[in-house]
Every structure is written in structure tokens, then in C-alpha cells.
Design a protein around this ligand. Structure first.
Ligand SMILES: [Zn+2]
Length: 81
């Protein structure tokens, strides 16, 4: 990293910024990497709810990103009327 000046590195990071997440447990800000994301299943009342989740690289705790809803087949929807 010595060959890149701090200023250039900062600019490069701004340009290539990935969506960030603040850990709900330790408050650490970390980048959401696509390949580290996974889907979790939660049973709430009688409904099964799926969420995208990522583990904080600092404390390892699970952070829920957003709900993931089940895809519906458009063809089936159309034929219902
Ligand atoms: Zn954390």
C-alpha cells in the first residue's frame, strides 16, 4: 500500500464505495459484500419470514439487512383473474 498516497487511496475508496452497514451490536461500520450475504428464515407468529443477513466482521454478530419476499410466478398470477 506504500505506493499509493493516502489521498489517492481515500479517493479510490470513495469511488468504489460499497453499501455500508452499522453493526447493531458493536456499532462497527462495515461494507456489505455480496458474497458474504446470506438468507435467514424467521418464524414470526405463524408466518415464515426470510431476511437477508450479514455477519459483522468485527464481533461476528448477525445483522439483518432487509426482508426477502418469495418470488411469485407471473403466469400463475395472470391466469387467476
Ligand atoms: Zn459488530
Amino acid at each position: 500500500m506504500d505506493c499509493i498516497s493516502k489521498e489517492n487511496l481515500k479517493r479510490w475508496r470513495e469511488k468504489n464505495k460499497k453499501p455500508e452497514r452499522k453493526c447493531v451490536v458493536c456499532g462497527n461500520n462495515f461494507e456489505i459484500e455480496m458474497d458474504k450475504k446470506y438468507v435467514v428464515k424467521s418464524i414470526e407468529a405463524v408466518m415464515i419470514v426470510y431476511y437477508d443477513a450479514i455477519d459483522c466482521p468485527k464481533c461476528g454478530c448477525q445483522n439483518i439487512i432487509w426482508k426477502r419476499l418469495e418470488k411469485v410466478n407471473k403466469f400463475v398470477e395472470k391466469t387467476k383473474k
